[in-house]
Design a protein around this ligand. Structure first.
Ligand code: UDX
Length: 427
């Protein structure tokens, strides 16, 4: 099948590569010339393990082509995946202007039957809107179907997630579109849920919000456990082994970040409000998440004598989680902002993130970063930070305070080296 991917960002590029792997001919369309030029040359504009190798392979084999020519791309492909961004509006709802632009272009250039698929996370009712937008721009009466087919991949493990999904969700009421979509996912062995577009759109938001809820639940519990001197990791394990609960997304930390959870939880809250059906649980999930970095910084402040003025603080990790260079809604940056507001001198390190010149004092090595520090804060769960040589790092710091925002370290071991250790209820 000839597949068009509109939007060559994170989701679009991964989805495109997935279909190349399945033996399809894929075209990536983007209006951003620098992205197109880079991708044509086999270069990714973001970091994701394993993806660039695959890109190089499929670009060389001419399975994955890239273009800026919308008219030609729409006309030459039968299945069109909309993978453009749906950023957050001021009120928390999803901004659909990019999706609308794509739908209108499809309407303008449509020449034969197309299956138009929304892969981007879009609010309930968007499939209906896309249908209207395409129809409005159409000159003739060429048939098409709009399908919702949400993506569940995670940054950092995008390829593995896309290749081995837990389920595939297809939202359509059209027999023709359903047959084409099922054929497209023929090689996958996971369950395929076919439902209507509205339910499919809801599934994506409901899944992300549920996972965010698990995180906020464990984080709020962690505060209480901290007060009671209970180890939250043991609690997570103890409840996670109950199959009805499951062990994942129960790691207490500095709160969830990234391009999806904060945005999607807010968008679902907004949809709920607009429909007069407020989701109070999710409103609390957001509140707990916002409070988490504040709670951690208070603990840091307390340990350092109540004042951070002119204290040198080494922050390890800038990305919102390991294995990505994405800093969107990163708890680490939220923490740094607060440290700076408290007049602390911040030095930062990350294995992949390169902040803009002047935004932050960023150093190349962990050793340089911790040199002269009054406190070291572990903010991102990079593997690189799990096995650091704390004996030699201790000789570089001014004061041996170690704050572990991800509960990554063995408390007993680092305390044995003479560090004053504070984790998230890591007792
Ligand atoms: C998420 C969803 O998992 C994915 O299905 C969806 O398609 C996009 O959004 P992603 O944002 O890439 O993926 O990251 P994820 O691994 O889900 O982590 C989100 C945030 O939660 C990170 O900040 C992470 O550090 C945090 N987290 C995760 C915890 O604090 N504790 C946990 O136990 C798990």
């Amino acid at each position: 099948m000839n597949i068009l991917i509109v939007g060559t960002g994170y989701v679009g590029t991964t989805t495109g590569l997935l279909f190349c792997e399945m033996g399809h001919q894929v075209t990536g369309l983007d209006l951003d010339d620098s992205k197109i030029q880079g991708l044509k040359a086999g270069k990714l504009h973001f970091y994701e393990p394993g993806l660039e190798e695959l890109l190089i392979k499929h670009v060389a084999a001419k399975n994955f082509m890239f273009t800026k020519n919308t008219k030609k791309a729409v006309r030459e492909n039968d299945v069109i995946f909309i993978c453009v961004g749906t950023p957050q509006d001021a009120d928390g709802s999803a901004d659909l202007s990019y999706v609308k632009n794509v739908a209108e272009s499809i309407g303008k250039y449509i020449n034969n039957y197309k299956v138009i698929v929304t892969k981007s996370t879009v609010p309930v009712g968007t499939a209906t809107l896309v249908t209207e937008w395409v129809k409005k721009k159409q000159k003739g009466q060429i048939p098409f179907d709009v399908v919702s087919n949400p993506e569940f991949l995670r940054e950092g493990s995008a390829l593995q997630d896309a290749l081995n999904p837990d389920r595939i969700v297809i939202g359509t009421t059209s027999e023709t579109a359903r047959t084409i979509m099922k054929e497209l996912y023929n090689d996958f062995h996971c369950p395929i849920i076919v439902t209507n577009p509205k339910a499919s759109e809801m599934i994506k938001y409901a899944a992300n919000s549920f996972l965010a809820m698990k995180i906020s639940y464990i984080n709020e519990l962690a505060k209480m456990c901290d007060y009671l001197e209970i180890n939250i990791n043991d609690v997570s394990m103890g409840i996670g082994l109950d199959q009805r609960i499951g062990p994942q997304f129960l790691r207490a930390g500095m709160g969830y970040g990234g391009s999806c959870f904060p945005k999607d939880v807010n968008a679902l809250i907004q949809t709920a409000k607009e429909n007069g059906q407020p989701l109070t649980i999710l409103e609390s999930v957001v509140k707990v998440n916002e409070a988490q970095p504040v709670y951690f910084i208070e603990k840091i402040k307390q340990a350092l004598g109540g004042d951070l003025t002119n204290k040198t603080i080494a922050v390890l990790g800038l990305s919102f989680k390991a294995n990505t260079d994405d800093t969107r809604e990163s708890p680490s940056l939220i923490l740094i902002d607060r440290l700076v507001a408290e007049q602390a001198q911040v030095k930062a390190h990350d294995p992949k993130v390169k902040m803009a010149e002047g935004a932050l004092v960023q150093l190349q090595t962990v050793e340089e970063t911790v040199t002269g520090a009054d406190a070291v804060i572990l903010c991102t769960d990079w593997d690189d930070y799990k096995n650091l040589d704390w004996v030699s790092l201790k000789s570089l710091v001014t004061q041996p305070y170690l704050f572990d925002g991800r509960n990554m370290l063995d408390k007993g071991a680092v305390e044995g080296l003479g560090f004053h250790y504070v984790g998230i209820a890591n007792h």
